[in-house]
Every structure is written in C-alpha cells, then in structure tokens.
Design a binder for this molecule. Structure first.
Ligand SMILES: [Zn+2]
Ligand SMILES: [Zn+2]
Length: 331
C-alpha cells in the first residue's frame, strides 16, 4: 500500500510503499477513502507529543471495510465505516467498565500516534471503535466528524446543553464550524466568537444567531453574562479567563483544544458558581450518533481536499492556520 511516513520529527513525511496490513483478532482492515488533517497531526509531526517512529499519521478516517478480522461481528466487506482518534482502550479499568473508554486509564491507544493511522491507502482499526457511516454523507465531508465533530457533539451533550440554551462557540476553525452547526440544528441560540470580524457572515451562514469579536483586546460587553455554555474550540486558550465573564450564573465553559496554559481569576469563577471543564472526543456511540445526526440535518465539514502526495502541503497549511475549515486527504 502507499502510505506517508513520519520518520523524523520536523522533517517532511515521506511517501513510501509498505506491506498491506492484515486484520487480526477484533480488527477491521479499512481502505481509506478520506482522512482529515488535524492540528494534532501537526503537533506529532513537530515533535510536541513524542511518539515511537516511524509512524503513519492521521486519525480522522472514513473508508470501506477491506477485510474483517477473526471474532468481529456486525461488519461486512465493502461497507462504509468511520474511525477516529481513539484506536483502543484497556477494556478493564473503571472508566472502560463505565462506558467511557475515551477516559481509559489503563492503556488508551491513539490512531496515528500509538499505531499507524489513515494517511495511507489501508489502515487497521479495532472494530469496537469503528462505526458504520450512514448513507448520504460524503467521505471527505464526514472524515472530520470522527475527531473534531464528535468532540463538539459530545461536549454539547456532556455539558448539558438543551434546546433553547444560549451556547457560545469560541474559535471558527475545523471544530468551531461544526460546533455551530450541531448547536444550531439542536435548537440552541448560538453566539459565534472570533478574533476576526470578517468571519461574521460565514458564522451566520453556518447557523450562528449572533456574532461578536472576542480576543485579548475585545470583550463584547453586550454578551457578558449571556451564555449557558461556552465551547472553546481552538488551540488559542489564552482568553479562557476573560471568556468566563460571558457565562450566566452556573454556566459552563468547556475547553476542547490542547492550547496554552491559561489563568482564571477565582472571583470570576466563584461569583456565579461557574464551571470550567474539559472534554475529550466521545464514545463509539457518540460517534455513531454524530454521524447519524449529521446525515439527518445536512451537517457537513467544509473541506479542502488533496491527494496523499500533498500531505506535507496540507500539514503546513494547518500549521499556518490557512485551512478553511478542514484539510482532508483522499488516498
Ligand atoms: Zn483530530
Ligand atoms: Zn481502560
């Protein structure tokens, strides 16, 4: 199979021909149709998160089942499936036993970091972390749903957002543009927050009911105390402390990106009894529901696509923040 390999951090990935993998017990071999390029791939390629090398990166995968490993039921060759950031979990720890495998403390494995990922023609996935893709979803537009999409979707659920809730989405990148669509389609009032005023029309087109410029120098006074929930979707987390002031009493701020450390004024937290929490991807059921919801409501990632050979270009565009809204490779 053709694949791209990270051999040395901070060096371009190399296109290579590798032996086709074969599906072991509990595994599916997936022929990759589309794999999104995530900021996490850039962090790995740049050596920010050390992993064993060489490695095939990529963890936002939609493809068709090429082979079904021993012991796997419920999947057929040729069926379209999706798998994401989480490759596997220990299955034994308290979190796994309680149905929260993405919080596994006994041996969580990550696609494209701990095992080879989807910047290749073929990839192995654990069947337990693979779900069917409903009809009507384009592979390229669905691939980002397996990482940033399910992250936003599950965060809305876990933070208790309801129909009519006032939800803020800070950051209008790959995750933010999906978060707006999910919240709007769920009947929430959505305030899009970006440092770039030029993003307003795009945010409204995605379903935002309101828009405000928000960065270190701009705090929208009119939005203060207006939000039940605020999703911080980008990797710029430096404004979290100020963003707390946008919450209503008992509001929740959910951090979804691995950004810079931030500080919070305890008074902004205690006055109004507010919560700062994190959320990490979602369960396989969350992923299945994300895809089903997207298919039903016409939610899709806005993507720019390229061939496998363009992987280094794509990584560089993500690194420089030039992608609107998601880069996706089509192996
Ligand atoms: Zn990702
Ligand atoms: Zn576990």
């Amino acid at each position: 199979m053709r694949a791209t390999i990270l051999e040395t951090t901070r060096q371009p990935l190399r296109i290579a021909t590798l032996p086709d993998p074969s599906a072991g017990s509990g595994e599916l071999l997936i022929r990759v149709e589309a794999c999104g390029v995530c900021h996490a791939d850039v962090s790995v390629a740049d050596g920010d998160w050390p992993i064993g090398l060489p490695r095939v990166l990529g963890h936002e995968i939609v493809g068709t089942v090429a082979a079904v490993g021993p012991g796997v039921e419920g999947f057929a060759v040729g069926e379209r499936v999706a798998t994401g950031w989480q490759h596997g979990s220990c299955g034994q720890c308290r979190e796994c036993r309680n149905g929260l495998p993405m919080l596994c403390t006994g041996g969580l494995t990550v696609t494209g970091s701990d095992v080879d990922g989807g910047f290749a023609e073929l990839v192995l996935a654990e069947a337990a972390f693979t779900v069917a893709v409903p009809d009507g979803l384009d592979p390229a537009e669905a691939a980002p749903l397996t990482c940033v999409g399910v992250t936003a979707f599950a965060a809305l659920r876990r933070a208790g957002a309801l129909v009519g809730s006032h939800v803020g989405v800070l950051g209008l990148g790959g995750m933010g543009h999906l978060a707006i669509q999910f919240a709007a389609a769920s009947g929430m009032e959505v305030l899009a927050l970006s440092r770039d005023p030029a993003k307003e029309s795009q945010a409204r087109e995605l379903g935002a009911t309101d828009f405000a410029v928000f960065d270190r120098d701009h705090e929208p006074e009119s939005a203060e105390g207006s939000l039940d929930l605020l999703l911080v979707t980008g990797i710029d987390t430096t404004t979290v402390g100020a963003a707390l002031r946008l919450l209503r009493p008992e509001g929740r701020l959910v951090v979804l990106g691995f950004g810079e450390p931030f500080s919070v004024d305890p008074a902004d937290l205690c006055n109004g009894a507010k919560t700062v929490m994190g959320s990490l991807v979602g369960t396989p059921d969350d992923l299945a529901d994300t895809l089903a919801f997207a298919a039903r409501h016409g939610i899709r990632a806005r993507v720019e696509t390229g061939a496998l050979e363009q992987v280094n270009d794509a990584l560089d565009r993500v690194r420089r923040g030039l992608v609107r809204y998601r880069a996706v490779l089509l192996p």
